[in-house]
Every structure is written in C-alpha cells, then in structure tokens.
Design a protein around this ligand. Structure first.
Ligand code: ARG
Length: 460
C-alpha cells in the first residue's frame, strides 16, 4: 500500500508525527458508502466515454461493492498511513485488481472526491434531519386535541401577559420547526450539485462526461466553475447553520420546559424516563435531558463558528485546512439528531399539571388587555383605555382581588360607558374566547390551525 507521500517525487519518508497529525481516516471513514458510490459512478462514466473498457469498469464496480460489504460488516481494516477514506478504499481496490484498480483515479482528484462525498453524505443527512423535525412536529400536533381546553399563561419579559390555549404553544414550536424544514429544503438545492469532475481544480484533459456522473449520483446540476467548486464549502456551512437554528429552537423549548417542570411553575411533568436523580438529595427528579439539549446547543453554535473561521480568507482553491470541516459537521449532525429524537419522546410523553396551572391562572391580570380592548370597542381611544384599565388594575392590587371581583362602582368611576356587561368578558376563560384576529389564540382559530397542521403532516 502506497500513500502519495511515500513514492514518486518524495525522496525522504515523512516525519513520524506527520501521519498522525494529518490523517482524517479516524473520522472521514463515515463517508465510505458515499465514496464508493461516487467511484462506481465515475468508473461507469469512464467506460461510457471509452476511457475504460466495460470489462475494466465491471471489475472495478464489482470489487468496490465487495469492499463496501466488508466495511459494512466491520471486516475492513482502515490504515492511518493511507491518510483518508479515499486512499484507503482505492488502495484496497488496487490490492485486488492491480493495474485495473490503478486506472480508477483517471480524471479526478481527492479534492473533488471529498467534496462529492460530503455532498452525498449531507444530502442523506438533510433528509434524516427533516424526518426527525417532522416527527417532532407530529409530537406537538399530536398533543393538541387532548390539551385543547387547557388555558395557560403566556409571558413577555417573563411576566404574565395574556392567556393562551396550550395548543397555541405547541403550534408555536411546530411553526418554528417548519421554518427549519424550509431552510433545509432550500439548503438541499445547493448541496445537490455535482462537483465530481473538477479534478484538482482546473478540470481535466480526459474526455469525461460530468452530466453522466451527475445523473448517476442523483445530482440536480453540475457545478459550472472548477475553481469555485473545489474551494466551495458554502453548502456545508449552510447546513451547519440550519442545524444551529434547530438547536436554538430546541434550546428555547428545553429552557421553557425546565422552568415549567419546577415546583415554582409546576405546569408540566417531564416523563421520568427522561429525568435523572441526584446522588445526594433523595427527592430530586431532574430534567437532565432537557438541560443537556439546552447545553449541547453551545457546541453546535461553536461548530458553526469554527467552520466560519476555517474558511475565512482561504485562498482559492483547495487547501488542506478544509479537512477540518468534517468533525465539526459530524458533531453538529449527531448532536442535533439525538436532541430532536429525544425531544419528540419528551413532548409526546409529558403531562400538563392542569390543576396546578388552574390554581393560579387568574393571578397576574391576564384579562386586563381584553378589558382594555372592550373599552376601545365602546369608543374610548386606546391610550385613554390603557390608562383607565391600568388604574383599575392598581385598584385591584390594592384590594388584593381580581378585576372580576371589583364592584361595578369601581368600573363606572374610571369610565361611565362601563356597565355590568363588563363581567361577561372578565376572567381568563372569557378573555381567551374574546380573541378574534388571524393567528391569535382564539379557540376557533387554534382549532383551525390544528386541522391545517394535521393535513400538512398527513395525520388526517
Ligand atoms: N482528507 C482530505 C480532506 O478531508 C481529502 C482531500 C485531500 N487532498 C489533498 N490534496 N491532500 O479534505
């Protein structure tokens, strides 16, 4: 087995430390299936254009399929001396086929191999990310019917603001993850471009047929500029960004549910299978999985940052620096995929503590804004109504009671257009029913949205 730095122009062996420092096989072995798929397409194309005989191409593709089987079964010995996944597989091929194997690398370089492998790998990975996002959306939408009558406080500045239906929260996350799915679909278009055939960077004198290869690999387009594409990692950084956005959304959710599962809130019970205990405090059931989903967001953000810094100011075209992209990418994918999968199970299995939510639901004047809008409806300008209801809230605070418990005199004292019909709109339940606008938490609106989501996610 020969590596490119053990023969030819080299007259001294590389320093012993260099192999360990420069190898990528310890992580890029994850690209083996894509590498072999790309090589098979390349060999078949070379036969189509007459650079290989069809018998040579058949020998190569058969041997590559056997090598893939060995790797699948764990029977293949990767060798660090051979640097990367591309050299390991090619060497195994040459070992089997001799000179026929030595012909495979005609008209291509490792630079376009690594780019093609990454594109093929990311394309599959994007499809898996999308499946996991959909599974999570289904978990949220799946809760909506059972929770449709549950009213919860919603917050701004972490202060009680307005009442909402629990499914309004669930669909809020469903929307966020839908945008992530759209970002993925858009990113996938730029991933799904064939880079194979740019050779080292300038193209090749061999009469290759790049359309042929692209079609075999299911790519939608062929990259038009060989310098551009051999230096391009935009598609990889873009995917890392979409993964970061997903991690951000998961982190917001996890943070909320950690709070909600505290004694202080007592809104929700995270299933015990997704909690762990304390080594000292016997009573503890900690939401560790949610905490770690929040915590691991840090590394996903860090990976994106590393990638952005990695490509900054790199001269065209390929530079070995680019090898550093894969560990960051794999780590983000693994972290986000595991987090998405766990989140779906937690969302599905959690129970709302309805009693405890209801116990304090009338605290915090969640109906104050509805009351203000009721006054606006009676002809009072918004600024005035805001001021008047503010003073009513002050009065209720003084009396340590709710707005609905104030006597009618207090209402008429601030605005004489108020009469006893005011009590028909006070209280959290009535406040929720009073919402009208599109996208609001009005029960009718939320039910329509649930129906829409069920259709969109093919649940009905
Ligand atoms: N292991 C390299 C990478 O991941 C593959 C390309 C190496 N090309 C080269 N000319 N040394 O980027």
């Amino acid at each position: 087995r020969n590596s490119p730095s053990q023969s030819g122009v080299f007259h001294s062996a590389v320093d012993a430390r260099v192999e360990k420092f420069t190898e990528s096989i310890s992580f890029d072995h994850r690209l083996y299936a894509q590498d072999i798929r790309g090589s098979i397409a390349h060999a078949e194309m070379l036969a189509d254009v007459g650079v290989l005989t069809s018998d040579e191409a058949a020998q190569i593709t058969t041997a590559l399929a056997l090598i893939k089987g060995e790797i699948d079964n764990g029977d293949f010995q990767f060798d660090e001396k051979l640097e990367d996944v591309h050299m390991n597989i090619e060497s195994a091929l040459v070992e089997r086929l001799g000179d026929v194997g030595r012909k495979l690398h005609t008209g291509r370089s490792r630079n376009d191999q690594v780019s093609t492998d990454a594109r093929l790998w990311i394309r599959d990975s994007i499809d898996e990310t999308d499946r996991l996002l959909k599974q999570l959306q289904i978990a949220f939408v799946g809760r909506c019917d059972a929770d449709i009558d549950v009213i919860m406080p919603a917050y701004t500045h972490m202060q009680r603001a307005q009442p909402v239906l629990a499914p309004h929260y669930w669909l809020a996350y469903t929307e966020k993850f839908q945008r992530d799915r759209e970002r993925l679909a858009d990113c996938r278009r730029r991933v799904n471009v064939c880079s194979l055939g740019t050779a080292a960077l300038a193209g090749t004198t061999i009469p290759i047929d790049r359309e042929n290869v692209a079609k075999r690999l299911g790519f939608e387009a062929v990259a038009a500029n060989s310098i551009d594409v051999s230096s391009d990692r935009d598609f990889l950084v873009e995917y890392a960004f979409v993964l970061t956005m997903i991690a951000e959304h998961l982190s917001v959710w996890a943070d909320e549910w950690v709070l909600w599962s505290s004694v202080e809130f007592k809104f929700i019970q995270v299933p015990q299978q997704f909690c762990t205990g304390s080594s000292i405090m016997p009573q503890k059931i900690n939401p560790d999985v949610c905490e770690l989903i929040r915590g691991k967001t840090a590394r996903v953000i860090g990976n994106l940052q590393s990638l952005l810094v990695l490509i900054k100011g790199l001269p065209l075209a390929y530079n070995r620096d680019l090898q550093e992209d894969k560990e960051r990418l794999f780590d983000s994918v693994d972290t986000v995929h595991r987090s998405l999968d766990l989140t779906a199970s937690i969302v599905e299995g959690a129970t709302l503590n309805i009693e405890s939510i209801n116990l304090r639901l009338e605290d915090g004047f969640l109906d104050a804004t509805t009351l203000m809008e009721y006054l606006i409806g009676k002809g009072t300008p918004q600024r005035t109504a805001h001021h008047q209801i503010g003073s009513l809230v002050g009065k209720a605070m003084e009396k340590r009671c709710r707005l609905a418990e104030l006597p009618l005199e207090d209402f008429t004292a601030v605005n004489d257009s108020l009469d006893k019909s005011v009590y028909d709109i006070l209280g959290v339940e009535r406040a929720v029913s009073a919402f009208r606008s599109y996208g609001s938490t009005s029960p009718e609106m939320v039910k329509k949205q649930v129906v829409r989501w069920k259709e969109q996610l093919e649940l009905s």
